[in-house]
Ligand binder design. Structure first.
Ligand SMILES: *Cc1c(COP(=O)(O)O)cnc(C)c1O
Length: 305
């Protein structure tokens, strides 16, 4: 159980954590037609707190809803303020924020005439998703037997509830096999991304990441690209293969939950020296400075509480 907080924002009102309940015939529960976001708030070095790239997350929530044809009954400004308000009222210094847009109860079946769109925002305290040790020393990844969603059958650029069965199958498979995170290939066999993170590799000083075709356009991915380019690194968005990844000097995952997590092994092959390399460590350090308000040029990424 995630540590309970006081209030959850539900359809425009703050309700008690225990009272934020929905009916068993909630449409999204049955068919997965809903969208969500994952956002983090960090405790800054000066004692205040700030939500990282809140505007981009709210925009992506609306983009996801647009892609699957759900109309959110609030404006972007209302959701932006509601997220800030929900975080403030729960008096956390840092934590995770989960807005979800879902279709309520009243009608069953794939097609519903009257679409009752509901919105909830929950916050809770959440540490390193792949573990503190993973952040420091790197994790062991494995390529899953499950392929990343095919672009013609699922909408890969949206955080759609139902899409995550694919991630869950991949993740459960590799955890059962004794690894930490799953890498999914696209339908042509190129590396796409992980179960909930984007992927980067470094070879001879050049950083590569999968292009925005079959992957979720990560906001952390975008932050990494900006940070790397600002440092003068050469970065290309280009497909790469599993064996190219085996021969990388460094590799890492990026995501709101996983932050910047180094990869020390893929399919039992050690990556580089088997511990986080200099490029990964440098980008990771700047990322954590940026989210905590220590880097002036990235202060525009922060929404103060
Ligand atoms: C959310 C998510 C990511 C990471 O996106 P961020 O915006 O960086 O959090 C990557 N891949 C998948 C499949 C995701 O759901």
């Amino acid at each position: 159980m995630e540590a309970k907080t006081d209030k959850i924002w539900l359809d425009g009102k703050l309700v008690d954590w225990d009272k934020a309940q929905i009916h068993i015939l909630t449409h999204t529960l049955h068919y997965g037609w809903g969208v969500f976001e994952g956002i983090r708030c960090y405790h800054c070095h000066n004692g205040s707190s700030a939500i990282f790239r809140l505007k981009e997350h709210v925009d992506r929530l609306f983009d996801s809803a647009h892609i699957v044809g759900i109309k959110i009954p609030f404006t972007r400004e209302e959701i932006f303020s509601a997220i800030l308000e929900t975080f403030r009222i729960n008096r956390l210094k840092e934590g995770y924020i989960r807005p979800i847009v879902f279709v309520g109860d009243g009608e069953m079946g794939i097609y519903v005439k009257k679409v009752d769109v509901r919105v909830a925002i929950a916050v809770w305290s959440w540490g390193a998703y792949l573990g503190d040790e993973g952040l420091a020393k790197g994790i062991r990844a494995k390529v899953s037997s499950f392929t990343r969603l095919q672009v013609s059958s699922q909408m890969t650029k949206a955080k759609v509830c139902g899409n995550y069965v694919n991630s869950i199958l991949a993740k459960r498979e590799i955890i059962a096999a004794g690894y930490d995170e799953a890498i999914l290939l696209d339908t042509e066999g190129y590396v796409s991304e992980a179960s909930g993170e984007n992927i980067f590799m470094v070879k001879n000083g050049i950083i590569k990441t999968s292009p925005l075709t079959s992957i979720l356009p990560g906001i952390t991915r975008d932050s990494v690209i900006t940070i790397a380019k600002d440092k003068g690194c050469q970065l290309i968005e280009e497909r790469f293969t599993r064996d190219e990844l085996y021969l990388a000097d460094e590799a890492f995952f990026s995501g709101t939950a996983a932050e910047i997590t180094p990869i020390r092994e893929v399919d039992d092959r050690q990556i580089g020296p088997g511990h986080p390399g200099p490029v990964t460590k440098d980008i990771q350090a700047t990322f954590f400075d940026a989210v905590k308000g220590k880097v002036d040029k990235y202060k525009g990424w922060l929404a103060r509480l």
